[in-house]
Design a protein around this ligand. Sequence first.
Ligand code: SAM
Length: 254
Amino acid sequence: MSSWSGVAEAYRTSFATMCEGTVPRLLSDTPGGHHLDVGSGTGALAAAAAAKGRTVTAVDADPDMVALSRDLLPGAVLRAALPDLPFGDGTFDAVTANFVVNHVADPHAAVRELCRVARPGGRVALTIWTSGTPQWARLVSEAFGAAGVVQLPDQRLSPELDFARSVEGLGALASSAGLAPVVATELLMHWTIDVAAVWRGIAGGVGVAGRTLLAQTPEVRALAETRFREAAEPFSVGGVLTLPTSAAYVVALA
Ligand SMILES: C[S@@+](CC[C@H](N)C(=O)[O-])C[C@H]1O[C@@H](n2cnc3c(N)ncnc32)[C@H](O)[C@@H]1O
């Protein structure tokens, strides 16, 4: 079972808004025409591309994410998973994968596939979260520690499949797939979100933190929520957090 199974709605009302921070940049750095968004999640990026007049196709591996994307996108939304996309070589002018290649089993094969479906001279744009611990994750980690949460076994990829979760690592991943990076940089953003919404995402099983929480006893889960609200309180204004985040961002020519 995929780690995205059953979490689409919890994701939509929590961490999706963090991932949306890159959408304006992804659209300004990729050309119009036929646009493929892979791992479309809620469909926010695909819908924004369509609103700019692009002909958009969205795909996601998870059926509930496909349903969310269909709610937002007037164009084609398919269920498909990297590294096997149901499109011919060179089909798209722009291909985006926003916080997706950090979630696949074989990132090198995934990026080769993104490259394959982009037309020669088209652009492939990728984002990932970098390997540091952002503030939201520090608050969760503090709460988990105080509540006695037991960590899950290490879920990292084996070294031969993995890549460095950094601008350099993402650029090298793109280059090794046959792409030519034209932009490789860090995007610094702020995520404005209710304390309650962050917790809804985690309690709904989103990400490693969510999966870890769901593996705990009900008592530990309840205590972790109390500790999270306490940890977040000094940083919130009226229950709302504004948290710095940092993504690695690469745009490359196919
Ligand atoms: C962090 S979410 C990002 C969603 C969306 N791009 C956004 O910015 O909100 C990761 C998404 O990738 C999808 N995904 C995971 N593995 C995938 C794969 N192998 N192929 C296609 N989509 C995948 C998940 O179902 C999920 O919707």
